[in-house]
Design a protein around this ligand. Sequence first.
Ligand SMILES: [Zn+2]
Length: 314
Amino acid sequence: MLAFTRATLRTPIVRSVRSAISALAAAAALGALFGPATARAADTAITVVAAENFYGDVVKQIGGANVNVTSILSNPDQDPHLFEASPKTARALQHARVVVYNGADYDPWMTKLLGATAGQSNEGNPRAIIVAADLVGKKPGDNPHLWYDPQTMPAVARAVGAALDAADPAHKSVYDANLATFLGSLKPIDAKVAALRAQYKGQPVTATEPVFGYMSDAIGLDMRNLRFQLATMNDTEASASDIAAFERDLRERRVRVLIYNSQATEALTRRMLGLAKQAKVPTVSVTETQPAGVNFQQWMLAQLDSLSRALATK
Ligand SMILES: [Zn+2]
């Protein structure tokens, strides 16, 4: 059993969290000076902060015009595992009535920042904190890429619906209807997973990083080279034997597909991508963060379609 434990926390992260917390304290003091007049903007939307933009998207789909969502990780060109919280992150959190984050050590900076702000927003309103990992029974050491597990988003969406109902009971019927629409819109993803499973269960595949792991498990694929993937995720060095095993899988075409995390690239993963192309092993590019211009459902379906095409390649 491989543990998806994070590499030792580097001091810059600790330092930046600490400075973020002191910035938060300073901002709180400013808030006390200027009072709620500056905080009370024209809109009455519920302020929500999501650590990751796919959770933010789900909040938007359920809250509609009644929520004002800030997503902290939203750049599909950056490696979220290397993210460091900044004073800007801390400031965004101050006013949040609802906070959503992944947990399972994917975003440990959130726990630290929230610890400094306690269970209420800067205005003294109660704050709902939704942790995806808690909803699906995952903990540090488990694969943290929970949003690729078809079980996760329905659970997060239900929790978001309940939090919005509680924060804004006047719009409960809107949130409940939007939740039902959202849950229904996940059905094509489940159908696609089932279809792939029926056709490709047990087929060997590999990946440069574990981001797609839960989806691969749901399809029943035989995912190889997990230790290599973990080294990529943790930004540590893969062992010579793990690298050799990965290269052999590609050169000898022992895998049907290479799943390539285009957000966790380094010389070694790029080399594997090159080897796959030489050996004519089909590749599927996946990202950790939701790309701009698509919603969560479209993003997942596009990646499943791409996997389906790759698996169909002879
Ligand atoms: Zn990752």
